[in-house]
Each structure stands twice: as C-alpha cells, then as structure tokens.
Design a protein around this ligand. Structure first.
Ligand SMILES: Nc1ncnc2c1ncn2[C@@H]1O[C@H](COP(=O)(O)OP(=O)(O)OP(=O)(O)O)[C@@H](O)[C@H]1O
Ligand SMILES: [Mg+2]
Length: 486
C-alpha cells in the first residue's frame, strides 16, 4: 500500500508544510471517526485537476465500517463524486439528503474540506454506516454533536491544532471516557465510562452540571495533579493538552480538545482514560528492575571485598608461590565482579559484552604488568549476551589473556588481538598473541594446570561450546572458543 507521502509526491502539488498538516490531522482523526461512527477517507486533489486520490483511511472503533476493503491508493475522477467536487470547489462541508445504498447498507456521505489558511488541501469523505446508528441516545447525540464541531473546525482551518499532538501511546480514545464541557468549563454531558472513572476517583454523584476543574481539584491531592494554571486551562477546556491526575484509588489521563467551530470558543471535548492498572504495572516493573540491578551491585561489592581480603592475605605470605596463587585468585574474582558491575548498570539481564571484554583486557594487563610492552585490541563485536553466558565467558577470557601475558612474551614486547564474530546463533571468539608459542609437546586435553582446567570446564560444560589451542599463523599462540548464543 502506498504511503500518504508517496501519494502526495506522485499526484499532488502539496508542499511539505501542507503535508505536515495532513499528517497532524490523521494522527488524530480516529477521534472523529469514533465520534461520528463513520469511516473517514482523505481524498487528495490531483495536481492536474482530473480527480482525487485516496491518501488515508480510518475506520470507527465505535461502530461497523462502511468499507470492508482498503481504499488507499484508489482514484476517483472529477464528476464521479459530486460531493467531493462541491466541498473542494465551494470550500464548505457538503452533505447529501438521502443515504447512498452500498451492498444493501445505507451509508450517509458527507464531504469535509480540509483547510489550512486560504487553501483547501484535501477533502475528507465521511461515510456513516446507518445500520450502526441505533436510536440515538444522549451518548450518540453528544458524540455526533462533537463530531460536527470538529468537522467544522477542519473546514475552517482550526483543526488539527498545531503542536497539541501528544505522542503518548496511552492517549485516551473516545470509548475510554468522553466529557463535553461548555465555554465556562461546566460539564454538559459525561459518557458512562467517563462517569465510572470519576466514581473510581471518589465522585459520589453525577458529573453533569459540575465544573470539571473544580471537582477534580477536590478529588485529587495537590501533589498528584499539575499546577493550578495547567489544571484549570486543561480541565476548563481552554488548552489543547493532556495531563495526568490521580489519588490513591485511581489515576487518569485527560486530554482536552477545545471546540471553536467558527473561531469562537464553545467549550471542549475532554477524553479521559483510567490508567490505574497501567501505572501500577509500570511501578512494579520499575521496582523489579531496580531490585535486580541493586542485587548485581551488591554482588559486585561483595566480590570486591573478597578480592581485597585475598590481596591483604597475599601480602602477608612470604612464600612466593602462595602469594602468586592468591594474587591470581584476586584476578579471577575481579573478572566476575566486572560482569556483575555491568549487569548492575543495564536494564535487563543482558550485558553489552564488548564493554566487559575491553575492561577485562585492561584489567589483566594492569594486574600482570611485568614491564614488557604488550598491547591488546579487539576486533569485531560480541553483541549483548545473557548474564549466564557472560559470566563464564568473562572468566575464560581472563584466563586466556593472562596466559598470553604470562607465558607468551617474557620480557619482549608484543600484541594480543581478541576477535569476536557473531554468526547466526553462534559466537566465535579467538585470542591471538604473537609471542613465543606453546611449549613443545603441549597437549590441551592432558594439561592439568588450574588455568586451562577452568577454561576447559567452563567452555565445555557451562557454555556448551568447543575450545581449541594451537599455533597462530602469524607466530605465537591462538586460542579459539566457539559457543552457541540465543
Ligand atoms: N599464550 C600462551 N603462550 C605460551 N604458552 C602458553 C600460552 N597459554 C598457555 N601456555 C602454556 O600452557 C600452560 C598451562 O596454562 P595454564 O593457564 O593452565 O596454567 P598456568 O598459566 O601455568 O597457571 P595458572 O593455573 O595460574 O593459570 C602454561 O604453563 C604455558 O606453558
Ligand atoms: Mg594460566
């Protein structure tokens, strides 16, 4: 299906500002479709005057549709739909006396010119499926009246209201709650849903006849509502804006659409929605998220305490091997702490592992600097990894990096390159150094030293991957780890 922009560009001479106006209009025309129980189609006049192109379409959520098929992209020639021509030429809303019959459905058609300044940019065809409109009750009549005011605003260039569009996904719809207030801010009509919302907020009687701003001020504590000025402007229907108010029982968002069909302020349409459940779910999520982060933070702190204790103890040991062993333990604990620290900063249980890998490279180099100039770098990206993969992988990386520094170079300078490649469902990591290479007769499967035993166990049983160690084609040692990731 072509987009509105495609159609405008292909067939009309509307400029960017005018197209923006149409976008603003269709961002909000669900309200008009719902209030009028009608399908809306935006017809764009062809630049050569030969007809109109259907640029956008909206179905009502309050009643049955008049169009089962999608119309966007369709063309009607001038003369074929006299109402469109009339609305476009005379710059006035055009309606028909008798309903049109389409596939046994009576449809009332109306054409509304979309004005911006002096120009008519398009024509909205409003097609009301009359089978859907029951014997009109106060609700239907109030809806239709508001719809008429809004369509008049469109034809007079007062709607859409620039700058008012809120991009809230939870912006209220007509069916959520509808209140009509007069020019003084007094409620003329409140839909049953709107009344229920206010009852939840603590209202005992009816809303009709009350000043909406006043009653809201009574029900909502000061700290749960906007400042005085905003409150009276929005709930008084003077400002096209939305706002959120609430108390311990309910939270609602209100959106005001001032009505001035001919320029004079007649009152406003207030749409409101109960978002109590939404807000409490938000709160729970935020709390859960914060708790997880806090736990990671504490684990990290505890690990750092353990590392500090080990370091203290290492200083007191005078046997060099014992001391080295403890220093290594400090490093191992430290690499796990880095993963938890990263987890304590993210919003979910996934870690940006590039950051972890880079910090590990630096940490290892720092802890085991033996004077030699060894530089390390990373090539490629690890992406985000789940916490249960990140922790063992961090330890593997630490051990392997440590080995390169410790055994690869002696006192000579050298380089270490960590390469990460993510393929579909797998992660391939290599650590290459250009050092002296593995000792003669080295056999990974038979090595019993602690470092490589840790690496092998983690790769094979924790990560469910494979480990290889061998000669780096450029000289030195290459370690490759291949593991599945989801
Ligand atoms: N990049 C490398 N370059 C040269 N030799 C290496 C390299 N990596 C490992 N080795 C050899 O493999 C041996 C086993 O390594 P491993 O990490 O298991 O033990 P380690 O480093 O000696 O002690 P630790 O248990 O403290 O790690 C090393 O002693 C070393 O001889
Ligand atoms: Mg080692």
């Amino acid at each position: 299906m072509p987009s509105l922009n495609d159609l405008v560009r292909a067939h009309t001479d509307l400029d960017d500002v005018e197209v923006a106006w149409l976008h603003l209009l269709i961002a909000d025309w669900q309200i008009i479709a719902d209030l009028s129980f009608a399908d809306l189609v935006l017809w764009l006049p062809d630049r050569d005057g030969v007809g109109y192109w259907a640029g956008a379409q909206m179905r009502p959520t309050t009643g049955p549709t008049a169009y089962v098929d999608d119309l966007v992209g369709a063309f009607v020639a001038t003369g074929k739909r006299p109402l469109l021509d009339s609305a476009y030429q005379h710059q006035r809303v055009a309606r028909e006396g008798d309903p049109e019959w389409r596939d046994d459905i009576p449809v009332r058609v109306e054409a509304i010119p979309v004005r911006r300044g002096d120009r008519i940019l398009a024509v909205i065809a409003r097609n009301t499926n009359l089978l859907g409109v029951r014997t009109p009750s106060r609700l239907e009549l109030s809806y239709l009246q508001a719809a008429t005011d809004l369509t008049q605003m469109i034809s007079n260039g007062f709607f859409p209201i620039p700058g008012q569009r809120s991009d809230h996904a939870d912006s209220p719809r007509v069916g959520d709650g509808f209140v009509r207030i007069d020019a003084d801010g007094r409620v003329n009509y409140a839909s049953p849903n709107a009344l229920s919302v206010y009852r939840r907020l603590g209202l005992s009687g009816d809303l009709t006849g009350l000043f909406l701003a006043e009653i809201t001020r009574e029900l909502v504590p000061v700290k749960r509502r906007p400042d005085e000025e905003t409150l009276s402007a929005v709930l008084g229907g003077k400002l096209p804006m939305d706002t959120e108010v609430g108390n311990d029982d309910a939270v609602l968002i209100l959106r005001a659409i001032p009505l001035r069909p001919t320029g004079e302020h007649l009152g406003a349409l207030i749409l409101l929605r109960d978002v109590t459940d939404l807000r409490s779910r938000d709160r729970e999520l935020v709390t859960k998220d914060a708790t997880i982060r806090e736990i990671h933070h504490r684990v990290k702190n505890n690990l750092q305490t353990v590392a500090a204790l080990l370091r203290l103890q290492a200083r007191r040991i005078h046997v060099p091997e014992g001391r080295l062993a403890l220093e290594e333990a400090v490093r191992r604990v430290g690499s796990i702490a880095i993963v938890h620290e990263t987890l304590s900063q993210t919003f979910d249980e996934f870690v940006d592992f590039d950051q972890v890998a880079d910090r590990l490279r630096l940490m290892v180099a720092e802890v085991s600097s033996q004077g030699a100039q060894v530089t390390s770098s990373r090539d490629g990206t690890f992406g985000t990894l789940p916490a249960e993969t990140a922790t063992p992988l961090a330890m593997v990386l630490t051990e392997v990096l440590q080995n390169s520094l410790e055994h690869g170079f002696g006192d000579n300078p050298g380089t270490i390159v960590v390469t990460a490649r993510s393929l579909v469902g797998r992660l391939h990591v290599t650590i290459e150094d250009d050092g002296v290479g593995l000792p003669e007769g080295f056999d990974l499967d038979n090595s019993t030293s602690l470092g490589l035993s840790i690496v092998r166990t983690l790769v094979e049983s924790e990560l469910d991957g494979t480990l290889e160690m061998g000669v780096n084609p450029g000289g030195g040692t290459r370690v490759s780890v291949d593991l599945p990731v989801h």
